[in-house]
Write a protein that binds this ligand. Structure first.
Ligand SMILES: *[C@@H]1O[C@H](CO)[C@@H](O)[C@H](O)[C@H]1NC(C)=O
Ligand SMILES: *[C@@H]1O[C@H](CO)[C@@H](O)[C@H](O)[C@H]1NC(C)=O
Ligand SMILES: *[C@@H]1O[C@H](CO)[C@@H](O)[C@H](O)[C@H]1NC(C)=O
Ligand SMILES: *[C@@H]1O[C@H](CO)[C@@H](O)[C@H](O)[C@H]1NC(C)=O
Length: 268
């Protein structure tokens, strides 16, 4: 009788000790990590190399003149600010085939007005290649050329360099490059004599159009909360300690109950 009780008691005590040790181990880890974090005051001042402001395409076209319709479209579709971001964030640069005002006026009347905002945006993007192409590279570029509107036959065009001219074919439009407007080491702007009409907008869609895959990358989760808030780590410790205390209380109650059962069960 006594022997059985003491065995049960020992077992319960051992269980209790085991739980306590586990609690101590787990309770220590959240408390120690905020303390190990580098002090916020030690953050050095920004020492990034001064980057030149990204090239303003609208400004370049304004300066060149006779691109008013294209500038208007760049603005109304927000492609101008998209280009700023593209040029700022990409190492590939960009190439713009800008149709002159006379190119727009030679379009069949009502062509632009018949387009939805979405189609206007696609039309503008079709004139932007998300890679820097120098005129020397025209000789070696491989067709078809993907545009900001996408890749694939319906939103790409072909470019062919001849000894004294460069032609662009979309499948609907045959255009020529009518001049160099601008070039630095990441942006090239060429004047084209026609508005490049993509097959995707101006011909009927195929019966089962494949949905364009979104190239969106999963956003990386930010780390722990901002370290500059002095109170944050203290609050964290308190919260986790309180949570641990709550869990411990549950275990202690459970252990006490088990002990009680062990002690009184034989008596019943
Ligand atoms: C780009 O240039 C245009 C015309 O000069 C100006 O209206 C616009 O604010 C500029 N954009 C930026 C981001 O500097
Ligand atoms: C350019 O990129 C840098 C770093 O990627 C960023 O800090 C800056 O705000 C960007 N500038 C513009 C005008 O988008
Ligand atoms: C563009 O070039 C590719 C490859 O040479 C060819 O398959 C395609 O038919 C061309 N498209 C047009 C519109 O000329
Ligand atoms: C474009 O050029 C090709 C080849 O020279 C020709 O077959 C086609 O009819 C032209 N298309 C237009 C719209 O001018």
């Amino acid at each position: 009788m006594m022997n059985k009780q003491s065995t049960l008691f020992s077992a319960a005590a051992f269980l209790c000790l085991l739980l306590c040790l586990t609690k101590i181990t787990t309770a220590q880890s959240p408390a120690s990590s905020p303390a190990a974090a580098p002090p916020p005051a030690a953050t050095p001042p920004a020492q990034l190399p001064a980057s030149p402001s990204p090239t303003n395409v609208t400004k370049i076209l304004e300066k060149a003149g006779h691109f008013n319709t294209f500038i208007h479209l760049l603005r109304s579709t927000q492609e101008d600010s998209h280009l700023l971001t593209l040029l700022n964030n990409s190492n590939n640069g960009a190439t713009i085939f800008a149709p002159s005002d006379s190119a727009f006026s030679s379009l069949k009347s009502g062509t632009l007005n018949s387009l939805s905002d979405e189609a206007k945006s696609e039309l503008v993007k079709f004139h932007v290649v998300p890679t820097f192409l120098s005129s020397a590279q025209f000789q070696t570029v491989s067709n078809p050329i993907a545009t900001e509107a996408g890749s694939g036959g319906r939103v790409s065009f072909n470019l062919t360099a001849y000894p004294d001219s460069v032609s662009i074919t979309t499948g609907l439009t045959n255009a020529s490059i009518a001049g160099n407007v601008y070039a630095d080491d990441q942006l090239a702007v060429y004047k084209v004599d026609k508005v490049l009409l993509p097959v995707d907008i101006f011909t009927a869609k195929p019966p089962a159009p494949a949905p364009a895959p979104t190239a969106e990358k999963p956003k990386k989760k930010k780390g722990s909360p901002a370290p500059e808030e002095e109170a944050t780590p203290v609050v964290q410790v308190n919260t986790s300690a309180a949570a641990d205390a709550g869990i411990s209380a549950v275990w202690v109650t459970a252990a006490a109950f088990a002990l009680g059962v062990a002690l009184f069960a034989p008596a019943i």
